[in-house]
Design a protein around this ligand. Structure first.
Ligand code: C2E
Ligand code: MG
Ligand code: MG
Length: 725
């Protein structure tokens, strides 16, 4: 039965409370004696008749003339009662003048004759009449009060019965439990609903102990509550606790416990309990959702910070040491981009599992960002144990993840912050661990760094620059400068290299060496690289369109290592060419030797794809990467750009010349072009020309300059022969 049905059922069981009370018999008797129920004319007629008969009766029944006048009082008296003084007077007059003439003369002589008689008798009757009237009224009032009292008692009794019936109906049918226990928890009364709620046998509970159904720790709580309640009667307390169901499971009850020990009709503690298990489960679920990461089931940032906060408080009391490990997955974004979000999520789940398996149960592990995790180590020998834990994590991440039956290697960069000074806040520790992680990532991925205070400013600067770089992309603060590439020996411009510049709103023009490193370590280089590709292709195409022979000029754009592992690189390059209308054969992508060597297999594949789309490849800064020459020969490239360091001393020392010659011969063997970088003066140019380089680039001819300046340069010398300045 639902609760509504239960209540209706209970209502039907209640006796109906009467709304009107029947008039008692005593009231009716008084009313008839006092002629109260008669209308006034009828009452006068009755009184007159009564008077007449009383005179006659008095005369013939032997009272004689002496007695008869005394009967005269009866009707007058009655009239006084019924109508008050005037009624009595009127009756006296009527009875005298109506009855008087009908009576024998001797009787009539005894009726009042003189005016004074009338007055004195009148006054007498009025007084008597009034007195009796008041008497009757008083009696009547008393009787009415009594009647009301009785009615009230009757009503009260009925209501009481009704209330009792309602109470027991409610207790029996309510889903709440009413339990009366003594101070030790012994059940004195148990409402039948316990069978439905707790599965207990309702009749068998009396004499058993309620406290036995509680958890051990709640039994202690029970004693505390009872102790507090006993200090004051009528006092009540609320407790929420799990209580054991007959089937062995736990139901969550919310009990209002009232001390009615001194109430004779109860004589115990009354527990009014409600089953709040569903509510509790929902609350728990909501709380869990609010403090846990849905994907991995780990704690979230809020819960981690909360746990760390508590641990720090404990530490200030007990002196136990703690450390925070900040874990960031390397190249997670790439996995996400290449394999899609579903697999990215799968990787995060597996990473979380690995952390759980590697770290201790007592360590709090949380996912605090997209691919960021954190662990809290408490009660460890600082430094040593925390570092050992970080190393274990590195080891566990060395194994490839199996995602959809393919192996994916994802390393983790980590930062460890130890609570050495004891003054760090939760926020400080997380930030320090984050900074240390950042340092690890910048230095070399897949490792950990322990936070030290000197990291602070350097890393904060880098972080600020990262933010600024993102902002710069949005605010279009980047610009492409172009440095002409000149062919030898004709000294004709054959193309230009696009070199990025940052027009910083505060710092002014910022050179690439100052920000490319940060852009690479943070990954923003992928977006910046895409921007310069699109921008330079478009600008250069427009710029050379109006110049005679401009369509044969080539454009070089630098690529960073990070871009080589960007799965969208090929698409970006093709897109830039399509949108700008620049012919693929005019574009050369420059990669440093070290970038090529980082992941040879991948580079080989990417460069092959790029070349097959018609783009040329140049090895930049050649000679600085100590790479294996045989390996280099296998890489699909078109041009070698000889590093400036060889050119600087070429005119003054023999050694650089020898090396350039060797590079020249190697390039010749593989059919590659050579470009000498950094030619600053005529001596260097002559030396380089003598060594057989096909092209040069350097301040001697032109510095990198904005597009408009390059356009002027190209227009000034339509034949592309540049005058030496
Ligand atoms: P890089 O690709 O080797 O570019 C040549 C650098 O040498 C340029 O420096 C250029 O200004 C400088 N240079 C050219 N001729 C001379 C010379 O005669 N004397 C001296 N002292 N320097 C000369 P810049 O523009 O500062 O660029 C530095 C590096 O930054 C570039 O070296 C390149 O590796 C990187 N870079 C520049 N723009 C980009 C870009 O758009 N993307 C990427 N990934 N890297 C870029
Ligand atoms: Mg370059
Ligand atoms: Mg270079």
């Amino acid at each position: 039965m639902d609760s509504k049905g239960t209540l209706e059922h209970a209502e039907r069981m209640l006796p109906q409370v009467p709304t009107t009370v029947p008039r008692p018999l005593s009231d009716r008797i008084i009313a008839s004696i006092t002629l109260m129920d008669l209308s006034a004319p009828m009452a006068v007629l009755v009184i007159a008749l009564l008077t007449f008969f009383s005179w006659v009766a008095a005369y013939f029944l032997g009272g004689g003339t002496n007695v008869a006048p005394h009967w005269f009082y009866v009707p007058v008296f009655l009239a006084g009662v019924r109508f008050g003084p005037f009624g009595a007077l009127l009756t006296a007059v009527i009875s005298t003048f109506v009855a008087g003439p009908l009576l024998p003369a001797d009787v009539a002589t005894h009726t009042p004759q003189a005016m004074s008689d009338w007055v004195s008798r009148g006054i007498f009757f009025v007084v008597i009449g009034q007195f009796v009237t008041q008497l009757f009224r008083g009696a009547r009032r008393m009787s009415v009060r009594e009647i009301h009292l009785q009615a009230e008692v009757a009503l009260g009794t009925t209501e009481l019965q009704a209330r009792e019936a309602r109470f027991s109906a409610l207790v029996e049918n309510s889903s709440d439990l009413v339990t009366i226990v003594d101070r030790d928890g012994l059940i004195l009364f148990q409402s039948p609903s316990v069978a439905r709620v707790m599965g207990w046998d309702a009749d068998g509970t009396e004499g058993t102990n309620f406290v036995d159904a509680l958890h051990d720790f709640d039994q202690e709580r029970w004693r505390t509550i009872v102790g507090l309640l006993m200090e004051e009667s009528d006092h009540e307390m609320v407790a929420e606790w799990p209580v054991r169901h007959a089937d062995g499971s736990w139901r969550f009850l919310q009990s209002v416990i009232t001390n009615l020990v001194s109430e004779p009709s109860v004589g115990g503690l009354v527990l009014n309990s409600r089953d709040v298990s569903d509510q509790k489960a929902l609350e728990d679920q909501l709380r869990h959702q609010a403090f846990h990461d849905q994907l991995t089931g780990l704690a979230n940032r809020a819960l981690f910070a909360e746990n760390l906060d508590q641990a720090l408080r404990r530490q200030s009391r007990t002196g136990t040491e703690l450390a925070v490990l900040f874990i960031d997955l390397d190249e997670f974004k790439t996995v996400n981009d290449v394999h899609g979000h579903m697999l990215g999520d799968e990787l995060l789940k597996q990473a979380a599992e690995r952390l759980r398996a590697t770290l201790r149960d007592a360590d709090v592990i949380a996912r605090i960002g997209g691919d960021e995790f954190a662990a809290l180590f408490e009660g460890i020998a600082l430094g040593h144990d925390a570092s050992a834990a970080a190393e274990r994590v590195i080891e566990s991440f060395a194994q490839p993840f199996i995602i959809e039956s393919s192996e994916v290697i994802v390393t983790a960069s980590m930062g460890l912050a130890l609570n050495e000074t004891g003054t760090e806040s939760a926020e400080d520790l997380i930030r320090n661990a984050d900074l240390a992680m950042y340092a690890a990532k910048t230095a070399n991925k897949g490792r950990y760094e322990v936070f030290s205070t000197d990291m602070h400013s350097t890393i904060l600067d880098r972080m600020k620059m990262e933010r600024d770089l993102r902002q710069a992309l949005v605010q279009s603060e980047f610009e492409a400068y172009y440095q002409p590439i000149v062919t030898l020996p004709s000294e004709t411009i054959v193309g230009a290299e696009a070199l990025i510049r940052w027009n910083h709103p505060v710092r002014g023009l910022v050179m690439p060496d100052e920000f490319i490193g940060v852009a690479e370590s943070s990954g923003i280089i992928v977006q910046i690289g895409a921007w310069i590709l699109h921008h330079a292709c478009k600008e250069f195409e427009v710029l050379t369109r109006g110049v005679a022979g401009g369509q044969s000029l080539g454009l070089s754009v630098n690529l960073s290592t990070r871009q080589l592992s960007d799965p969208l690189l090929l698409g970006t390059v093709r897109d830039a060419l399509t949108r700008s209308g620049l012919d693929a054969s005019r574009l050369t992508l420059e990669l440093t030797e070290s970038a090529i060597m980082e992941d040879v297999a991948n580079t080989f594949r990417v460069l092959s794809e790029l070349r097959s789309s018609g783009v040329k490849i140049a090895i930049d800064d050649f000679g600085t990467g100590y790479s294996s020459l045989s390996l280099l020969c296998e890489i699909p490239v078109d041009t070698i750009k000889i590093d400036r360091s060889f050119v600087t001393d070429v005119a003054t020392r023999p050694e650089p010349g020898r090396l350039i010659r060797a590079i020249q011969s190697l390039a010749g063997d593989f059919g590659l072009c050579t470009v000498a970088e950094g030619v600053e003066d005529l001596d260097q140019l002559e030396a380089i020309t003598g060594l057989g380089c096909e092209a040069v680039q350097g301040f001697y001819f032109a510095r990198p300059q904005p597009a408009s300046k390059l356009a002027e340069l190209l227009e000034r010398d339509a034949s592309f022969s540049v005058s030496v300045t």
